[in-house]
Design a protein around this ligand. Structure first.
Ligand code: UDX
Length: 469
């Protein structure tokens, strides 16, 4: 059994909160700090604040015991061997990451730092941030021998964040000192030794005692770049398959067959080759822009990333053109929209391509009835109900008397619709699917005109039969 280590996590957002409860699950003693008193009070009372599998369970298990919540960063600093900075790094107007929260935390840590600590960058930050953090601490009077700054990027996905943390593909530790590397290796030892996976009642996942996750030790700068490069590469993969899907549409080929054929090459792999309406969320758009900004600042031509962004943005406009191609004029058309979240299984609407498409369609003069299983409330805050937009109670209500039904988020319940009911509810049996949730030939059998991404358009079987007579 590994030794429990006292850890502070600064920031109780997505990454911070998940890291805090997962470190507790691994056996460590954690203090989670946030400067928002209301948030701290809510967490102390057991409210998870975000919609995430296993989070309520772990918070219930460790709250006010192995995980304490506080606003006092000084106390947390003094009590911990390692301080993980997991505060927001929002996109600035210029596209680069705004690191002012990270700087503020570093300056505050400096005030309470009297014995050796490892300061860990957990937020996604550009290369050289570790040096800025060191400089901020030194400028605030901390002796250089009293700390090391380490980069330990997080690769968690929304919806499966707890599982991703405890069953990672890899743990990346960027440390330029052996002493700091040892602290981080000890923190992750319950996972890397496989001990955690032997325990009863653990969070299930891919790792096991015989196949524990590897810990990759790198320089601090390499680790910072690994995070940005990984997200940018995944975004590139999505934009690539979206561009291929456009080619398939132009040639009447089927992108799913193409993606399968590509993905079977083990050098390419099958994941992140799902075409759609473009990537969104709190990470990919921000991280691609930040990585591009880093390259620009260093005088490196990485215009490939500009193309990735361009394809992503065009994909939404192409979807609107597809709606037009099915309905002729858009002005005055009534549309049912299924999905507002940036992907299924989350209530997050940050940079959601679904919402961008709703805005574009409203600007074209359509009226919309939208439904999302979890994201409606958040969407109402940015797109309030008006005479052109209403929020439906379910998918069938959204389809009611609509000229077409649009699928914009890959929720499982949208893949399991009662198609007979949908067909009866719609004014015309037209479905335009931005997530390829259905098999085109089955849709044609069910009496729909069905347009999807990168696959041939199909029409109702009986229409084809009658037109052939
Ligand atoms: C992502 C990364 O996966 C994660 O490693 C990082 O830490 C944070 O950013 P997340 O934003 O939760 O995680 O979502 P993800 O599941 O990766 O999807 C991102 C976007 O890409 C979504 O809009 C999704 O719909 C889209 N996507 C994903 C595709 O369009 N096609 C795909 O094949 C995969």
């Amino acid at each position: 059994m590994s030794k429990p280590i006292p850890i502070a996590v600064v920031g109780s957002g997505y990454v911070g909160l998940v890291a805090a409860v997962c470190f507790a699950e691994m056996g460590h003693q954690v203090i989670c700090v946030d400067n928002d008193e209301r948030k701290v009070a809510a967490l102390q009372a057991g409210d998870t604040l975000i919609h995430e599998q296993y989070l309520p369970e772990l918070l219930g298990r460790y709250r006010n015991d192995r995980v304490r919540f506080t606003t006092d960063l000084g106390e947390a600093t003094r009590a911990s061997d390692a301080i993980f900075i997991a505060v927001g790094t929002p996109q600035s107007e210029a596209g680069d990451a705004d690191l002012s929260y990270v700087e503020a935390v570093a300056c505050e840590i400096a005030r309470s730092l009297t014995t050796y600590k490892v300061i860990v960058e957990k937020s996604t930050v550009p290369v050289y941030t570790n040096e800025w953090i060191s400089r901020a601490l030194e400028r605030n009077g901390v002796d250089r021998t009293l700390f090391d700054v380490v980069s330990n990027p997080e690769f968690l996905r929304e919806g499966t964040a707890v599982g991703d943390f405890l069953h990672p593909d890899r743990i990346v530790v960027g440390a330029d000192s052996e002493r700091a590397a040892k602290v981080l290796s000890d923190i992750y030892a319950p996972l890397t030794s496989g001990d955690y996976y032997e325990r009863e009642g653990i969070i299930p996942g891919m790792c096991s005692t015989s196949e524990p996750p590897p810990l990759l030790l790198t320089s601090t700068k390499s680790a910072e770049i690994i995070k940005h490069a990984s997200n940018a590469f995944l975004a590139l993969k999505i934009s690539f398959i979206n561009a291929v899907s456009n080619l398939c549409e132009a040639t009447n080929a089927n992108v799913e067959q193409v993606a399968r054929g590509m993905g079977l090459d083990s050098r390419i792999g099958p994941k992140f080759l799902r075409p759609g309406i473009g990537y969104g969320g709190s990470c990919f758009p921000k991280d691609v822009a930040a990585f591009r900004a880093v390259a620009d600042q260093l005088g490196i031509d990485f215009s490939l990333l500009t193309e990735v962004e361009k394809i992503n943005s065009l994909q939404k406009k192409r979807f609107v053109s597809k709606v037009r191609s099915a309905l002729w004029n858009l002005r005055g058309k009534k549309l049912g929209v299924l999905g507002l979240a940036f992907k299924g299984d989350t209530d997050d609407i940050r940079e959601s391509p679904a919402i961008d498409i709703v805005r574009l369609l409203l600007a074209e003069g359509c009226s919309i009835a939208a439904f999302d299983p979890a994201a409606t409330e958040r969407t109402q805050q940015v797109l309030p109900t008006d005479n052109k937009l209403r929020y439906a109670t379910d998918a069938y209500d959204a389809a009611g008397d609509a000229d077409a039904l649009l699928i914009l988020t890959d929720w499982q319940e949208f893949a399991d619709l009662d198609l007979r009911r949908i067909n009866q509810a719609l004014r015309y049996p037209i479905i335009i699917d931005g997530r390829n949730l259905y098999d085109p030939s089955a849709m044609s059998d069910q009496g729909f005109t069905y347009l999807s991404v990168g696959r041939p358009v199909v029409h109702p079987v009986r229409d084809l039969a009658s037109s052939a007579v």
